[in-house]
Design a protein around this ligand. Sequence first.
Ligand code: CMP
Length: 453
Amino acid sequence: MLLLLVYGALQYFLPDVIGKSVARYLLAILLLGLSVGLVRAISFVLFDVIFQKRKQREAPALLRVLLSVVLYSVFLVLIYKLVLNEQGGGLELIATSTVVSVIIGLALQDTLGNFFAGLSIHIEQPFHILDAIRIGHTIGRVEAVTWRTTTIRTNDNTTVIFPNSTVAREALEVYRFNNLNRRILKAPAPYRVAPQRVIPLIRDTVASIPNVASERTPVVRIGDFADSSIIYEILYWTKDYMWVPDIDAQIRQHVWYIYRRSDIEIPFPIRHVLLEQQEPSVVHEEADYEKVIDSVEIFAPLSATEKEVVARSAIRSVYAPGELILRRGEPGDSMFVIYRGNVEVRLPSRDGNNTQQVAELNPGSFFGEMALLTGEPRNADVITIGEVETLEIRKSVLQQLLDDNEALAEALSRTIAERQLRLDEYARSMPEEERRVKAQTILRRIKRFFSLR
Ligand code: CMP
């Protein structure tokens, strides 16, 4: 509107003095100057005010250039058609520009596709320079993003240039630079070596490898029970994903050396033929077991030979940390002596939502005697704290010992009474006499269950 007014004024004042064409050129120059100011103002409002406020970052330079080019083109065409070209008309202008756009659009289909994809990459910024990205099977560090292509450099030191339309179309995996990117690597270990031994060995060595992020402690866990080995998953974090192949190689190398030092062989395909095994987990080291059986208080009434029988017939089992050995409510016909490690006895908490610890038992203590001796279901959960090794004594073995030792039944009934009282939560308030009566009742139950006199 303003422009039309200026143009009218010039035509009015200048016609006869300098001629119409001079007026038009002057007006065109004036308008050009105005359009420069206008483009800058629009660019400022759009990018420095609105964009920055909304996105909280600088607008991409490519977007600014693009807008300027479009606005200048529009202004130039308008100035030419409306001011310099006498025959020019609005309709003709619109028709001409539509046809030109269609022709240009068709001719530059691919280029424009890449251009707009590049534009969206600039605006959305799904990745930045230095990030590692995976496009299809190629992984590399982002080196440059232009309006047409994205260039990445692989670990082979080759550059791969992707048209932006491909980048926009494909599923991208982005590993941000300076971000804690997680990686899972697998390593085997033999079945004969306990996870409790393998896990800390690997974890400590992984933490010491350069480029493994120190902010997160690596995690080692069992990933699979494979044919010939246990497959461990090693989870580590790195701030530069392009180091992953080097870190992986270093881990494998370290693992080889640790295995070597720790007398752990690297598993290779093995086939075991198990013919028949009656007690799979029985490995007797009798001298040690006898010592532990000897230290159990309730076995004090037994003779040395009887203790030896117990030690020899006990079944040795190893449990993982946090493993449930006995479940409350289940039937049970054996008791356990702790050879190594600690266990906790847990009962449901008062609100019933959780469990709470009632007791912690250590090597030389026993558990599971209550169900075994009274025939009632297990009255608590027994869970390992750390790795635990137990000696399991079966009912048949105990039956023989109880037949020959009245004192053993009495010792057991006293312990059971004590533990039962704790469980009943009356222990503190119950008088001595009541305790004795309770022990006697339990003793009668044991005698009945084992058909003792
Ligand atoms: P049982 O009932 O066979 O199974 C759970 C076992 O937890 C139980 O035998 C006892 O051996 C043990 N137990 C139960 N209560 C206590 C307690 N208060 N102190 C120690 N051990 C206990």
